[in-house]
Design a protein. Sequence first.
Length: 189
Amino acid sequence: MIKYLLAICLSIASLSPLSAQDDGIIRGRVIEDATGEAMIGVTCLIAGTTTGAVTDFDGNFEIKVAEGVHNLQVSFVSFETINITGVEVKSGEVTFFDNIRMKESVQELGEITITAEIIRSSEEALLTVKKRSPSLMDGISAASFQKIGDSDASDAIKRVTGVSVEGGKYVYVRGLGDRYTKTVTNGME
């Protein structure tokens, strides 16, 4: 039994170098065209197969393939795919590609239009108007007016700091008469 196993092991060992000699090697280095730096993680495949390799930290790759003529495909995300056709591989020899230069793939997008509507009735809109105003001003937003639940504008205007209403129709700001103030309601004085 031991002689039989030893004979099988010897025959397998003698076949291994023969099968390794039937294969050739494609070896190369991939760099970025713009900077000349080595590219890590680039996929290098024999076109139409799953045989391939990924570049290491130095941008190097090595693929063992059967003897013959092959097409090499080099690809990486956001870079143009490179197809090298007619790569002749001979048994036991190395076919070397030095500095395969990959260029960035630039795609131009069409026009993008963003539309938005200004909500002028919110508290934030009123604060923005107050902040940008060249003169001192105050007010109540429509959103606040709805929350408070006042029946009319004269009741709501009483809630503005420093404002008082006399006789239901005269507005006084900090005790000053209408000569020194300007009241605007819905854009009208």
